[in-house]
Design a binder for this molecule. Structure first.
Ligand SMILES: NC(=O)c1ccc[n+]([C@@H]2O[C@H](COP(=O)([O-])OP(=O)(O)OC[C@H]3O[C@@H](n4cnc5c(N)ncnc54)[C@H](OP(=O)(O)O)[C@@H]3O)[C@@H](O)[C@H]2O)c1
Length: 299
């Protein structure tokens, strides 16, 4: 069995990177953090921090020497740039690469075909080709929507503003997973090294529908004054295609719409209830009360 001790975490200062760093330290891994040359973060003194140029394969290879696993939590806009660090990880003989995925199940053909995932699909294909015939393996982590992040960003529900969109009537089930759950699940993949090699792992936090989320949010802020809109994800997708065609550079016009289609629509693989890796990784699905607590903590 592979012994995984030394981890590099690239993007440790982000929304997911912070809880990921915490989970790795809790599990007593020896962690090195990669951060951009231009970044100016402060880290706890016992963490090794390396400033890197994410396009310099030679420099990245040198910085990755002796590392067992590489976890990448860089921002969505930098996903395409992972090719360089993948080249470096394979050259350095790293045992496991976990790229910056952490979203919908893009093995679902309908989700995979949405332009918003083009970069992530490209990176998966790149990793698979690069790892072939080498000792380097990979794991993709899927968690569908981030629960707490989605409440903060008001993309699941706007609790303070008391607004919610009921996609396709609001009864379609989908998975929503807290950041700390994603982090724990990712770390658990290192401990179940063989079982998680060269495949996608699905982490299932809570099972929600928009109607259920509304009820749970109402337990925290009451039932009065809600603005509830019914939205068809088919229309949202059509609009996103039109915006993409007319003005591809304006990502606000299409990215979010495609994400909504993938997360909330029937048939796009957003409900992990019956097919997930929680049991393998020792994770327990959240109860309704846990979701209420998550809402209360950020209301
Ligand atoms: N499922 C969901 O609902 C959901 C929601 C949001 C995000 N995600 C996914 O989760 C992953 C992590 O996203 P996040 O929101 O946690 O990221 P984030 O907070 O936006 O950024 C993470 C880190 O990336 C680094 N970074 C920023 N710009 C960069 C650039 N141009 N090149 C290289 N590194 C850069 C920064 O670290 P340094 O300053 O230290 O270099 C930053 O702290 C992404 O794959 C994203 O698509 C999923």
């Amino acid at each position: 069995m592979a012994s995984i001790q030394k981890i590099v975490l690239a993007g440790a200062t982000g929304s997911l990177g912070k809880p990921m760093l915490e989970a790795l330290l809790d599990a007593k891994y020896e962690v090195t953090v990669f951060t951009r040359l231009t970044s100016d973060h402060t880290f706890p003194p016992d963490i090794k921090v390396v400033k890197v140029d994410y396009t310099d394969v030679e420099g990245l290879t040198a910085a990755l020497q002796g590392t067992d696993a590489l976890i990448i939590t860089v921002t969505t806009g930098a996903v395409g740039q992972q090719k360089y660090i993948v080249d470096a990880a394979v050259a350095a003989g790293i045992k496991r690469i976990i790229p910056s995925e952490f979203g919908c199940d893009i093995s679902n053909p309908k989700a995979r075909a949405l332009p918003v995932y083009a970069r992530k699909v490209e990176i998966e294909e790149y990793i698979e080709a690069k790892c072939k015939g080498t000792p380097t393996t990979y794991t993709y982590i899927f968690n569908n929507a981030f629960l707490d992040w989605g409440i903060d960003a008001k993309s699941l529900v706007d609790v303070p503003g008391k607004k919610i969109d009921l996609y396709d009537g609001g009864e379609t089930r989908y998975t929503a997973t807290p950041l700390s759950f994603v982090a724990k699940g990712t770390v658990a993949c290192l401990q179940k090294f063989e079982e998680t090699a060269n495949r996608a792992v699905k982490l299932h936090g809570a099972v929600l529908t928009q109607k259920k989320l509304l009820q749970l949010a109402q337990k925290v802020v009451g039932t009065d004054g809600w603005e509830v809109k019914v939205v068809r994800t088919e229309d949202v997708e059509r609009e996103s295609w039109a915006n993409l065609k007319s003005n591809p550079g304006d990502t606000f016009g299409w990215v979010v719409g495609f994400l909504k289609r993938a997360i909330f629509a029937e048939g796009y693989g957003g409900d992990f209830t019956d097919s997930n890796d929680n049991q393998l990784l020792g994770l327990k699905q959240l109860s309704d009360e846990d979701v209420v607590e998550a809402i209360r903590a950020r209301a």
